[in-house]
Design a protein around this ligand. Sequence first.
Ligand code: TMP
Length: 226
Amino acid sequence: MTLPYGVFISFEGGEGAGKSSQIARLCATLKSCGIDHIRTREPGGCVEAETLRDLLVRDSHNNWTPKTELMLMNAARHEHLEKVIRPALKDGRWVICDRFCDSSLVYQGYARGMDLSVIEKYRADIVGSTMPNLTFVLDVDPMIGIPRSRGNVHENGQVNQETRFENLEMSFHEKVREGFKKVVLNDPDRCHLIDAHKNQNEVYMDMMSILLQKYPLLSVPKNTPN
Ligand code: TMP
């Protein structure tokens, strides 16, 4: 099925909230419904932005100031929007994105302490009207999420080396969690807080009931894909 303009769905949340598994399930459902879609992520999603991702998320000696971090995130986002997201939406494909601009507001704003109006200026310039139609914010206590994320093994079998944020102190991750709650409160039509302490099936069903309210034409198989 191809719509005149694609649907843009972003997933947000702290480390170890289970975004990847839920995104995989959603994409499997979209596929089974015949909905043309792409799965992508931030920072990253195209060659140039993935280069910037390595600088930003790998644990290294880079100790960016928050402002540089924000600019690099937005540089990656600009490449991603121009080369991947906008063309896909224009072609009527759905875009399922692991993190987007709410992460800048939360990580560089609420958690790093940057002035929120500066972050909004970048958002207005780089993202403009290409905002997600729907955002799922997966909420998990960092005392649970961080150890889960540290134990994560990538799909290629390698141990997670993207630990620059993950290794920050627990108080940072608490601010991230509270920041995402504020994002949901400030934009309740678009953003939905999902309790990610539940088991994966329940989390998925909670998300799907919201998705189906917005897009009732979707028919979701009773046996959800794993
Ligand atoms: P993840 O894709 O494994 O969640 O890792 C990406 C990390 O980058 C995560 O710790 C959040 C961080 N991040 C920001 O700080 N600002 C942003 O704008 C984005 C997209 C991600």
